[in-house]
Design a protein around this ligand. Structure first.
Ligand code: NAD
Length: 343
């Protein structure tokens, strides 16, 4: 009974605390950010939108997947049938979509956010999808050619920020994402409250497209280091040294990296990582293949020779073609290199 009472008290304190935090947050939301449209409610977007709702934003959503839309309408959130309808009632619109073609379509397609026209209501558009900097700049330019229906504070024309994220689904859920932001610095500063409602780190990268560039460079380095570590573990196993022993050595030597000390790809070396649960959850190989393709296309565009990018792209594409696209990208250890589980 005593335990029950103290638990209820804790629950009460927690709920009144979160209520007052929410009230406090909503009271300090800047007026130009009050109404937020959110498009793309998949694994990441649904969680990001939920955190905005919790923070007190007035959110309207759209997705082509009616089952995810129903989850939001059942909670009383405003849902709209097209991106254009979202734009008509929003100060800010955030997009979280799979690939460049989806993002282009949502902005510039029929019934898109820009509605093919020259006047828009939102003063700020934020794209958090992982796409190439070239597509980001194309959309930035289309937005810059629009005018605002109504001038918003100091903003006479609409602006766009590219703000892709790192951290994956658990960080989207916990509101601890890292945002890499490109675009006008003033807009970045003005949007700070939005970012801090969905993430814990925000890094300003520079002009439009630099957030997208940062994201694909990060994932390229992550893919290559995962391949390097996996290849080394497999060679070690073949030469008679266990991955557990090699991990201890790497983690106190010059080979230490995120793929060896935080996200080890060898089953049974670390707990709580995708390799310890048959590579389920985590960052899908299809998304890694997509991001390497973006890096490869961007390198071509600027005439840069990036041999590791091409090799990594081919390996992850093969992994997907062989049916492992939904598994976490660290499954390259098992499915590409045929590495052995530790016992
Ligand atoms: P997802 O496939 O789960 O969700 C995408 C959503 O967009 C879906 O609900 C889909 O129905 C919707 N959609 C597609 N086309 C649309 C359109 N024309 N109009 C409206 N809605 C449309 O993808 P995700 O895992 O949420 O990833 C989203 C983006 O974030 C991707 O660019 C991905 O690379 C990036 N990202 C993902 C992760 C991750 O761990 N999943 C981590 C970092 C970044």
């Amino acid at each position: 009974m005593v335990i029950y009472r103290s638990r209820s008290l804790v629950t009460l304190i927690k709920s009144s605390y979160s209520y007052s935090v929410r009230r406090f947050c909503s009271s300090i939301i800047p007026s130009q950010l009050q109404k937020v449209g959110f498009i793309g409610l998949g694994n990441m977007g649904s969680r990001m939108a939920n955190n905005l709702i919790k923070a007190g934003y007035n959110v309207a959503v759209h997705d082509i997947n009616l089952s995810v839309i129903k989850v939001f309408s059942d909670k009383g959130i405003t849902v709209k049938g097209t991106p254009m309808e979202v734009a008509e009632i929003s100060d800010v619109v955030i997009t979280m979509l799979p690939s460049p073609s989806h993002v282009l379509n949502v902005y510039t397609g029929p019934n898109g956010l820009l509605n093919g026209g020259s006047t828009v209501k939102p003063w700020l558009f934020i794209d958090s999808s992982t796409i190439d900097p070239q597509t980001t700049r194309k959309i930035y330019s289309a937005i810059s050619n629009c005018v605002l229906i109504e001038k918003k504070d100091s903003w006479a024309t609409p602006v766009m920020l590219d703000a892709p994220v790192s951290g994956g689904v658990p960080a989207a859920e916990a509101g601890t994402l890292t945002f890499m932001v490109g675009g006008p610095e003033e807009a970045y500063k003005a949007a700070n409250h939005l970012f801090s409602s969905m993430g814990k780190n925000t890094i300003y990268c520079g002009s439009s497209g630099t957030g997208s560039a940062a994201k694909i460079c990060n994932n390229l380095a992550m893919a290559v280091s995962m391949l390097g570590v996996s290849e080394a573990f497999v060679l070690g196993q073949s030469l008679g040294i266990t991955a557990t022993t090699l991990t201890k050595i790497f983690n106190s030597s010059s080979a230490r990296c995120w793929s060896s000390d935080t996200y080890n790809p060898v089953p049974c070396v670390m707990e709580g990582v995708p390799s310890s649960r048959n590579y389920d959850g985590g960052f899908a190989s299809t998304l890694m293949a997509k991001d390497l393709n973006l890096a490869s296309e961007s390198a071509k565009e600027v005439g840069l020779n990036c041999p590791l990018t091409s090799e990594a792209k081919d390996i992850f594409t093969k992994l997907c073609d062989e049916g492992h696209g939904r598994k976490d990208f660290s499954c390259v250890f098992r499915h590409f290199y045929s590495g052995k589980d530790e016992l």
